[in-house]
Design a protein around this ligand. Structure first.
Ligand code: NAD
Ligand code: DAU
Length: 334
């Protein structure tokens, strides 16, 4: 039995990854260390509560004492824990630096003292910054442009430095925009789907022509699993969905699927420093033998259906603190 320490496992991708791994491998134990910030939600893992191969620990990756206590039982670390929302990083960057950079440092230090088998740092395509034409390869320079992506770039390179300096068996993944179930409804797709369901305005930043490459979350989970067993140590792997879409295309798709009027589209002030386009060259991972399986339209339909059927999950998240933030930010009255 191999023990995985999944940090941030109560968040969107982390919870999908924990479930994916427990279903796929019968010889793994998943220990989920999560601080339960506004984005961490034990509802995401409700179905696993009684699984004997799953353990939840509420705690902060910046807590050295706690991390040092946990690490001796760990074989593989998968570090998802992060402050992850670009807009929040513009308003209040401090927690991004603390968790994304210092927290990763605490994990790396504990990992190197405990001879762990693998340390997978979940980085992001945002570390490269924006690209007008073409696509970024893993050796392109990083030009992060938000406090979020800059803190992720710091963690990404810190993890690499532990490979070079201390021989820590590190791997780094840089994935594009995920979508799927349990995605916190402040991000584009879950926000727009849930707003449309409720006949609320969909706040499109700027002209809506910014481009993101979208990947279904299960494909991302599978790619991480594949890289941890087939990838080389010390390497970076881009993970993309090969589905470039403008925000307007995404918005129109959602409205059409839900049979809602285009009048819900509301153009609001642009995000500060808004990256125009992200695009990844994933040939390195394709050559290694992995490609995404999910068709974009089918996966988005499946995701929309999940939000229709799981109002219990998102309705409570769209009240209180979140609603206040949302109103202040966009001067809207949702
Ligand atoms: P999320 O915000 O949904 O989840 C983050 C989780 O980390 C939450 O459960 C939160 O409680 C936890 N957390 C935050 N600070 C913590 C701390 N100090 N200690 C312990 N736990 C803490 O984020 P997500 O969208 O699931 O992203 C997960 C990871 O994947 C992040 O590292 C993000 O940078 C990366 N990533 C995300 C995407 C995407 O499209 N969502 C794409 C590429 C990479
Ligand atoms: O590319 C990977 C990254 O994708 C991850 O590293 C981040 O953690 C994740 O949050 C995501 O960042 P983005 O900024 O690309 O995602 P977001 O859903 O916030 O925005 C997607 C696009 O939609 C972006 O161009 C901004 C726009 N947008 C977003 C929101 C929330 C809107 O137009 N209106 C909105 O209300």
């Amino acid at each position: 039995m191999k023990t995985f320490l999944v940090t941030g496992g109560a968040g969107f991708i982390g919870s999908n990854y924990v479930r994916y791994m427990l279903n796929k491998h019968k010889d793994v134990r998943m220990v989920n260390l999560d601080k339960l910030t506004y984005a961490g939600n034990l509802d995401n893992l409700k179905d696993l509560k009684n699984n004997s191969r799953y353990k939840f620990i509420k705690g902060d990756i910046c807590n050295e004492v706690l991390v040092n206590e946990i690490m001796p039982e760990v074989d593989v670390v998968v570090n998802f824990a992060a402050e992850s929302h670009v807009d929040r990083s513009i308003g209040a960057p401090a927690d991004f630096i603390k968790t994304d950079v210092f927290g990763t440092f605490v994990l790396l230090e504990a990992a190197r003292r405990n001879n762990i088998e693998r340390f997978i740092q979940i980085s992001t395509d945002e570390v490269y910054g924006s690209i007008e034409n073409g696509a970024f390869t893993e050796t392109d320079p990083m030009m992060p442009s938000s406090p979020y992506s800059a803190s992720k770039a710091g963690a990404d390179r810190l993890a690499y430095s532990y490979f070079v300096t201390y021989d820590l068996p590190v791997q780094i993944t840089r994935c594009s925009n995920n979508f799927g179930p349990y995605h916190y409804p402040e991000k584009l797709i879950p926000l727009f789907v849930t707003n449309a369901i409720e006949d609320k305005p969909l706040p499109i930043y700027g002209d809506g022509k910014n481009v993101r490459d979208w990947i279904y979350v299960e494909d991302h989970c599978e790619a991480i699993d594949f890289i941890s067993s087939h990838g080389k140590l010390g390497e970076v792997y881009n993970i993309g969905g090969d589905n470039e879409k403008t925000n307007l295309e995404i918005t129109e798709y959602i409205l059409k699927k839900l049979e809602k009027p285009k009048s819900l589209m509301t153009f609001v002030k642009d995000r500060l420093g808004h990256d125009r386009r992200y695009a990844l060259d994933c040939s390195k991972l394709h050559k290694l033998g992995w490609k995404p399986k999910f068709d974009f339209d089918e996966a988005l339909d499946k995701t929309i259906k999940w939000y229709i059927e799981n109002r219990w999950w998102w309705e409570k998240l769209k009240s209180g603190e979140y609603l206040e933030y949302y109103k202040k930010q966009y001067n809207l009255n949702p």
